[in-house]
Design a protein around this ligand. Structure first.
Ligand code: FE2
Length: 350
């Protein structure tokens, strides 16, 4: 299987994966040939691309940390919980479901000790918030596992990641506008979502204070220049420090109607440059070894002009995966092959 950006899809390509929206409705079926109408639709809903199966990629299996079923379950649940912020009903059934899905995510993350974050983003504009919250949950979970968090703290971390932006649902609609950049005044008003989210969670759910605090603090910076309270360094709870980095990574690598997605390698570099300012050095250190800036199945351009598909990543050496060349099918291990010492990756096609 390999990932093909929407603008490079050609009718007749065979889909490698089912595609669902946040409600769990199947938009496209695997093994079907993609049509011109499908491609126009994917462009319309703002999907970065899809997985396809072809001769060169048929034996490449994606390494999914969390199973597609559990991810789907998480997105649908987040959508459901976020849509209930105007109801007065008790949310005990939702809370039970959140605990169950979080347990599934944490089980999947802990099942593989060589776990890396290997996701290519396929969210749509309209379901952005739900897919974003799920991605942040998976990435935060992996970082938490690598930082050896106890299991109960891991569960709290993933719970707060799923719910970190729930306060946005309590703000006027226009502040959630995805069609354009917000004005400075709108951005200022949006900052209330940390406090609103905290108040809402405290009132409606009985999660631990660690969950609520991480939601409250998820925009605080390590150097004390974040909001709402300008907490600094270790005054910040550990889960909030993990969330800040995971949230920023997924936001910047997402395609928006008013800007393209940033390259994961560039985002990682940005996060590394802001170590000790916005981000906790310990979190960045773990992130820089566990996060696949070139996920399996993605197409890259090499410094000698050739194109290849990423077939394997090496923990700790995220910039030098193993590549299968598109023209010959030959594989180059950018970490291990001495003859590849002068080859680098110059671009990821997303
Ligand atoms: Fe936020």
């Amino acid at each position: 299987m390999r990932f093909v950006p929407t603008e490079q899809l050609v009718p007749g390509m065979i889909l490698g994966q089912d595609m669902f929206d946040a409600m769990g409705i199947k938009l496209l079926s695997k093994e079907n040939a993609i049509t011109r109408e499908n491609i126009s639709y994917l462009e319309f809903i703002g999907t970065a691309g899809v997985y396809i199966d072809d001769e060169i990629s048929k034996d490449i299996a994606l390494k999914e940390v969390v199973s597609p079923q559990v991810k789907q379950q998480a997105v649908a649940l987040i959508q459901d919980v976020f849509s209930k912020t105007e109801d007065d009903d008790a949310l005990e059934p939702e809370e039970r479901m959140i605990r169950l899905v979080v347990e599934n995510v944490v089980d999947d993350v802990l099942a593989d000790e060589n776990v890396m974050y290997n996701i290519i983003d396929i969210k749509t504009y309209s379901d952005y918030t739900y897919f974003h919250s799920m991605n942040v949950g998976v990435l935060a979970g992996i970082l938490g596992a690598k930082m050896s968090l106890p299991e109960d703290e891991m569960k709290d971390l993933v719970t707060s990641a799923f719910l970190h932006d729930i306060g946005k649902m309590l703000l006027p609609d226009h502040l959630r506008n995805m069609e354009r950049r917000l004005t400075p005044q709108e951005r200022e008003n949006l900052r209330n979502h940390s406090q609103l989210g905290y108040d809402y969670l405290t009132e409606k759910f009985s999660f631990s204070d660690r969950v609520n605090q991480a939601v409250y603090q998820h925009h605080e910076w390590y150097n004390g220049q974040g909001y709402p309270n300008r907490y600094k360094g270790k005054e910040l709870c550990r889960n909030a420090r993990i969330l800040r980095a995971a949230d920023q990574y997924d936001t910047m690598t997402s395609k928006m109607p008013y800007r393209p997605a940033y390259q994961p390698a560039d985002v990682m570099e940005y996060i590394m440059a802001r170590t000790g300012l916005e981000f906790d050095p310990q979190v960045v250190k773990v992130m820089s070894s566990q996060l696949c800036i070139y996920p399996i199945g993605s197409e890259v351009v090499l410094s000698d002009g050739r194109h290849g598909i990423v077939v394997e990543n090496h923990i700790g050496f995220i910039g030098r995966p193993t590549i299968r060349l598109m023209d010959t099918g030959e594989e180059i291990n950018l970490r291990g092959d001495r003859s590849a010492y002068n080859i680098t990756i110059t671009q990821l096609l997303v």
